[in-house]
Every structure is written in structure tokens, then in C-alpha cells.
Design a protein around this ligand. Structure first.
Ligand code: ASP
Length: 316
């Protein structure tokens, strides 16, 4: 099987001044994940690495750069899933952790459970030797500004949904195993303790070697109502291509509950899709040593991996 990775850096609206950084961030993440797959590494390792690279990138709403809750704190959700075994691990409402996706993977591999939240997740992180990162270090000037703006009495609640930047990855490796990973700071000014779609299996992501893998982004409560990730795999099980399955499920979410979002998909024969009903979604993929990436509907840049890696060392 030829390996494939697809990543997203969130669906919503990406402000002009952040477009270049978002394109570079998703391209870099896809190249990192592909590097692992090319050396015979697993889909699980590849999606974790790709997501970790975007958690460390302040352009995205995950890890450092996460949006803030109503009290001005970072609270993050993440999930990872192995399509071979259907094992998955997730964390929700975690603070002071630089890479929630790593913790989600440890939940999958080192516990009998699938989701740890808040205090329990922190106790587990400590037991696993994961260092605490002071919450302040995960907060960017931009996320604080936005939080403050949203607190203003005349702020537009629609702001909550703009400029989102949840991150995710799906991959198929040379053995034909698929995996997905998703990580987010959630919605800006959310209530303390709000758990979004990202941490919920079947909503924020799903992976099954029998059909494929998907990672979602967008309005979490809408995604949960239609269980978007599992719905896409259901459509693929009925014979639809990744692109048709993604469009059908996104259309359903829009018409049924008025929710917008975006998804990345790979099926078990290596076909992929990056689709969204929002104005924009940053995405990138690498297949056959070719990197493709874009932000707007219909936008697609292509570079060979070699060319892209040179580009990367020059800082994009
Ligand atoms: N789905 C995420 C959430 O609601 C937000 C996003 O994807 O941007 O927590």
C-alpha cells in the first residue's frame, strides 16, 4: 500500500494575515507525518506527529495558540484512534499540557479506558511523567485579545465560530492500517468544563481499517448531533468515495442542524478528500511524494516532497 497522509488546520474563517502561516503549518505537518510513513512507520505514529507539529504551532487552535474559555484559561480536547483494533484514547478539558494528543495516545495504550477528563487526566499525565506546562505559556496574545473582545457586551456571538483552527490528521500506512487524530482548544469563551466533539469518538474522528479514517472540525455541538466522523465512514461503507461521503455528511449537518464544518478523509484504498462547508479550511496532503495544500474552495498548490522540504528549511 502506498502511504497517504491528510491534515487540516481547522475550518472556519482564516484572516488574511494568518493565511500564509496556516498554509505553511499544515504543509509542514503533512511532511512530518509522511516522513514517518515513508520509513515504514505506522499510521498512528504519523497522525500523532502531524498533530503534535500543529499543536506546537501558535497559528492553530490546539496546544499553544488554543482559544480561551469564559475565565480566560486554556482547556483542550484531543482524540486518537487506531483503525486496526478500533482502540482509541481521548482527553478532555485538559490544561497545562503542551501536547494533548500525546496524552490521548497514552490513554489508549496505557489504560483500560478511552477518555479521561480534567483532574483525572492531569493525575494520569503526572503518573506518565508528562511535564506540566504553565497555562500562560499556551496563551498567545491573539487568543487573549479575542477572549477580551468576546466579553464585550456588544460582541457578536457569531465570533465564537470564526477563525477556528482545530487540527487533525488521517493516514494510511504501507501495511494498510488507517488512523486519525484531532486536537483543539475548542470554542472561544466556552463554558468551563465544556467538552466538544473532538474528544468524542465518532464525532471528532473515527478510524476503521474496513473503510477508512476521518478527522473533523467546525461547530462542535453540530458535529456531535450528527456524529459526523462515523457518518462519513457509514457513507463510505455504502460505496461512496471519500469526497462524496464527506460532501453528503457535511450537507446533512448543514440542512439538518444548521452546522458548518470541514473534514479530511482517507479510505482503505488510499483515496483521500479534504472538504468543507465553511468559507475556508487549511489542509494539506502527501501521496506519491507529492504535497498538495490549500485554504479556499478550489485552491490547490502542488509541490514535490523534495521541493517542499527545501522550501520548509527556508521557512516557507
Ligand atoms: N470542533 C471544535 C469544537 O467545537 C472547534 C473547531 O473545530 O474549530 O471544539
Amino acid at each position: 500500500m502506498k502511504p497517504v497522509i491528510v491534515v487540516h488546520g481547522g475550518a472556519g474563517r482564516i484572516f488574511k494575515e494568518r493565511e500564509e502561516g496556516s498554509r505553511a503549518g499544515v504543509a509542514r505537518a503533512a511532511l512530518r507525518g509522511y516522513g514517518i510513513l515513508k520509513q515504514g512507520g505506522s499510521a498512528l505514529d504519523a497522525v500523532e506527529e502531524a498533530v503534535r507539529s500543529m499543536e506546537d504551532d501558535p497559528h492553530f487552535n490546539a496546544g499553544c495558540g488554543s482559544v480561551l474559555n469564559e475565565k480566560g484559561e486554556v482547556e483542550m480536547d484531543a482524540i486518537i484512534m487506531d483503525g486496526k483494533t478500533l482502540d482509541s484514547g481521548a482527553v478532555s478539558a485538559v490544561k497545562c499540557i503542551a501536547n494533548p494528543i500525546k496524552l490521548a495516545r497514552l490513554v489508549m495504550e496505557k489504560t483500560k479506558h478511552m477518555l479521561l477528563t480534567d483532574r483525572g487526566a492531569h493525575l494520569f499525565a503526572r503518573a506518565m511523567g508528562i511535564p506540566e506546562t504553565p497555562g500562560e505559556k499556551l496563551i498567545t496574545e491573539r487568543s487573549r485579545e479575542r477572549w477580551k473582545k468576546n466579553l464585550e457586551p456588544d460582541s457578536n456571538p457569531e465570533e465564537f465560530q470564526k477563525d477556528l483552527g482545530t487540527v487533525g490528521a488521517v493516514a494510511i500506512d504501507s501495511e494498510g492500517n488507517v488512523a486519525c487524530a484531532t486536537s483543539t482548544g475548542g470554542l472561544s469563551n466556552k463554558l468551563i468544563g465544556r467538552v466538544g466533539d473532538t474528544a468524542c469518538i465518532g464525532s471528532g474522528g473515527y478510524a476503521d481499517n474496513h473503510s477508512g479514517a476521518t478527522s473533523t472540525t467546525g461547530h462542535g455541538e453540530s458535529i456531535m448531533k450528527v456524529v459526523l466522523a462515523r457518518l462519513i465512514l457509514y457513507h463510505m461503507e455504502q460505496g461512496l468515495s471519500p469526497e462524496m461521503a464527506a460532501d453528503t455528511a457535511l450537507d446533512y449537518m448543514k440542512t439538518r442542524v444548521g452546522g458548518l464544518g470541514g473534514v479530511i478523509v482517507v479510505n482503505n484504498s488510499g483515496q483521500w478528500a479534504a472538504r468543507f462547508s465553511t468559507k475556508q479550511m487549511s489542509w494539506a496532503t502527501v501521496k506519491d511524494d507529492q504535497l498538495h495544500y490549500g485554504i479556499y474552495a478550489g485552491e490547490r498548490h502542488t509541490k514535490s516532497v523534495d521541493e517542499a522540504l527545501t522550501f520548509e528549511s527556508e521557512g516557507f
